[in-house]
Design a protein around this ligand. Structure first.
Ligand code: ADP
Ligand code: MG
Length: 230
């Protein structure tokens, strides 16, 4: 490709696009609209804090963006990942709000599982797991069971699992919610470093202003609505 060709190349596609998205829970008479009329784009180099009070719709929107949930109205698409890439572990890494490691598997096995589901060879998956553990500073915990980890260690293991595949999109839901400030800061630094290493877009849902301030872009949610301009 020549220099001229590169200068005229189309800008990289968004990793995620949401258009007029609603997500309603419940049935007639008892409907909760958790996300309403959300239109937003996550570009490839995004570092976004999704802020808002508890119940404002952050987790619901994150799950929609992850492809783990389906909108009641509107569309979610993943232009940079290909049309058929919804929820695939090799494209999207998710760090869930609650404990999510499988109790009967050790840390390494937890990290290997999604990679093996995605078709990686055992050798490649083991190599990636070792790198991911070392990137979040818990290489020494590789053989521990989840019950043998502190909250901060478990959260870092969950991050290693989400980023080992070097996905194009990393989503973390209140990753510091159960941690003290110092451990929380290390977890956010680990997520930012993992996104840099993978060249991934990163969205972190948080109600903690100090965490949000670590990211260059803030999207605030209120009653299910998003104001990405704030
Ligand atoms: P946040 O992550 O900002 O705390 P959520 O996305 O978890 O907010 O929730 C948004 C709203 O949707 C809340 O009113 C919550 O009670 C409701 N909600 C979330 N999940 C469900 C569900 N599975 N069934 C019914 N209501 C739900
Ligand atoms: Mg939540």
């Amino acid at each position: 490709m020549t220099v001229e060709d590169r200068s005229e190349a189309a800008p990289a596609s968004d990793v995620v696009r949401c258009v007029n998205v609603d997500r309603r829970y419940g049935t007639a008479g008892a409907v909760v609209t958790a996300v309403r009329e959300v239109t937003c784009c996550v570009p490839p180099a995004a570092r976004i804090a999704l802020t808002g009070r508890s119940g404002s719709g952050k987790s619901t929107l994150l799950h929609l963006i992850a492809g783990l949930d389906t909108p009641s109205r509107g569309t979610v698409s993943w232009p940079a990942l290909g049309v058929d890439r919804r929820g695939r572990p090799n494209c999207v890494g998710v760090v869930f709000q609650g404990p999510s490691l499988l109790d009967d598997l050790n840390v390494t096995e937890n990290i290997l599982l999604p990679m093996l589901f995605a078709g990686k060879s055992t050798t490649d998956a083991n190599r990636r797991a070792r790198v991911a553990l070392s990137d979040v500073d818990i290489a020494d915990l590789a053989d521990r069971l989840p019950a043998e980890l502190s909250s901060g260690q478990a959260q870092r293991a969950a991050i290693a699992r989400a980023v080992a595949m070097q996905p194009a999109l990393i989503l973390a839901d209140e990753p510091t919610g159960r941690l003290d400030r110092h451990t929380g800061e290390r977890v956010i630094a680990a997520l930012l470093a993992a996104a840099d290493i993978a060249g991934a877009a990163l969205v972190i849902a948080t109600h903690d202003d100090a965490v949000a301030a670590r990211l260059p872009t803030q999207w605030s949610m209120r009653d299910g609505r998003l104001d990405p301009t704030r």
